[in-house]
Ligand binder design. Structure first.
Ligand code: GLU
Length: 497
């Protein structure tokens, strides 16, 4: 009997634990309005929400807040999805679209009307504007005043045929208190909040209403967003309460500023995130840059994606605004170009190679090229440009470099290296190194007298990684033809003199 009772107690503890686990499942979301491009501010919010979901083994939802029909565009939706995919911020659910949920909003609007928690407001815009002007003239904060005699009058004479907006009946007493996970405790008196419109007279439900219905229906547990929404939160909490919905936790992230302290604008990098792809950034560099822009873990600067996921928490997000620093982003990009798996780099480099019509199928493995020249490049554009000589002939030779290094004195050097290369059987960096040092010894000249003409002949420029390693990857056939070409160039030059 006792055993049975113990077993039962054990089972109920277990089910309580399981209930807790399932209850605690985190679900975050990124809910952009598709009225413009996805820019770094939005990406950072998406990243924090994504990281928090990953960190807690939760789910991440993508919701397109397209309830503002006039300002939403398909182009912006596509740009958001393309940007998130490029960054690897993949979602577990969605994309949901508010425009597909209008029935649900209307159903709940009707419920609020029936429960007298919302009401129809017939006051025309002109009247409301007039009242606002009065308020401003009287030194008051402009707000909707349901007790204004003119508003009362209009609403009393209105008939069902009149156009109307639906307003939320905000509580008049008390205050809204919430514990923002970044900002701490926030309290707003209800007297500060007027009865906001939750459906416009054209029938469109408004942001503050849809966002609550969506976050509730989608089971969102943490709303992580920019602090430009912090004033909306108390209003939304009142709507949650009126609907009898569970209220999520809120975390409002401080703004991103430009490096000059002003609001982040195009000039500072608040451009379409795809511009960063076009400018040669690796997604990992941008993510690492953005995770640190307002969040920290000691003084660590470099985070693998795994580390970001493991270490991320809401408590370490900064309360104050952070300044965007383009140099740091570039530094991180160089770090990831040189230290990432070349396979990863090559995946993103390919787009740039395509843009520049560089066909890598007829040359060395691009991963070896990345290993060799990656550290010299801050962007994938530079990497693509500098990889050109491994794959393309007929490249233009830098005029200054040619003038300085492809001179008659270089003829002997190039002739000798050419014959040594032609007869080389073992194709390795080491044997190519020996070709150069043997040439130096035989001609009794210094390393640079051999290395520089060779470099210019082979790469077309006067700067490159170690020339033996470059020669190894360029390959015998190309080396031979380029050195011959350089010799012809020198001869023609001599003839002209
Ligand atoms: N759709 C809103 C925006 O793009 C975000 C709403 C939210 O995160 O609550 O600003």
């Amino acid at each position: 009997m006792l055993l049975y009772a113990n077993l039962l107690a054990g089972l109920s503890l277990l089910s309580l634990a399981l209930y807790k686990v399932s209850y605690m499942t985190v679900k975050t979301r990124f809910a952009p309005s598709p009225t413009g491009f996805l820019h770094v501010g939005g990406v950072r919010t998406a990243l924090y929400s994504w990281l928090y979901a990953k960190h807690t083994d939760g789910k991440f939802v993508l919701r397109i807040e397209d309830s503002d029909f006039e300002r939403s565009t398909q182009k912006a939706i596509d740009a958001i999805i393309e940007g998130l995919e490029w960054l690897g911020l993949t979602w577990n659910e969605g994309p949901y679209y508010q425009t597909k949920r209008l029935d649900r909003y209307n159903q709940l609007l009707d419920e609020l009307l029936a429960k007298n928690k919302a009401y129809k407001c017939y006051a025309p815009k002109e009247l409301l504007d007039e009242i606002r002007e009065e308020q401003v003239a009287a030194g008051l904060k402009p707000h909707y005043d349901a007790t204004h005699p003119k508003v009362i009058e209009v609403n009393s004479i209105a008939t069902e045929e009149w156009p109307f907006a639906i307003r939320f009946r905000n509580p008049k007493e008390g205050s809204v208190i919430f514990d923002d996970k970044i900002r701490g405790n926030i309290e707003i008196s209800n007297s500060e909040l007027d009865d906001l419109i939750i459906r416009r007279s054209d029938g469109a439900p408004t942001y503050n209403f849809c966002v609550v219905v969506d976050d509730w229906d989608m089971g969102i547990t943490q709303v992580i967003r920019g602090d430009d929404h912090i004033n909306n939160t108390p209003r939304q909490i009142n709507i949650y309460k009126a609907l009898g919905a569970s209220i999520p936790e809120f975390a409002h992230c401080a703004m991103i500023l430009g490096d000059d302290g002003s609001k982040l604008s195009k000039r500072h990098g608040a451009v379409n995130v795809m511009q960063y792809r076009d400018d040669g950034y690796l997604p990992h560099a941008l993510l690492n840059y953005l995770v640190r822009l307002g969040w920290s873990h000691g003084d660590q600067e470099i985070f693998s994606i795994e580390e970001m996921i493991n270490l991320f928490d809401l408590n370490s997000i900064s309360k104050s605004a952070s300044a965007f620093n383009a140099d740091k982003l570039l530094w991180l990009n160089n770090h990831y170009i040189k230290s990432s798996d070349p396979e990863y780099v090559s995946k993103y480099l390919q787009w740039h190679l395509d843009q520049k019509n560089i066909d890598i199928s007829n040359g060395p493995d691009i991963r070896d090229v990345i290993k060799l020249i990656g550290e010299r490049c801050n962007t994938l554009i530079e990497l693509a440009d500098q990889s050109r000589y491994f794959y393309q002939e007929n490249q233009t030779v830098d005029a200054d470099a040619a003038k300085k290094h492809l001179r008659p004195v270089a003829k002997e050097v190039l002739d000798l290296t050419l014959s040594k290369i032609e007869s080389l059987e073992d194709w390795s960096i080491n044997s190519l190194h020996n070709v150069i040092s043997d040439t130096c010894t035989e001609l009794e000249v210094g390393m640079s007298k051999v290395g520089m003409p060779l470099r210019v002949a082979i790469t077309g420029v006067s700067q490159s990684p170690s020339i033996d390693a470059v020669m190894y990857l360029v390959g015998k056939k190309r080396l031979v033809s380029r050195i011959r070409k350089a010799l012809t160039f020198i001869r023609e030059r001599q003839m002209k003199q």
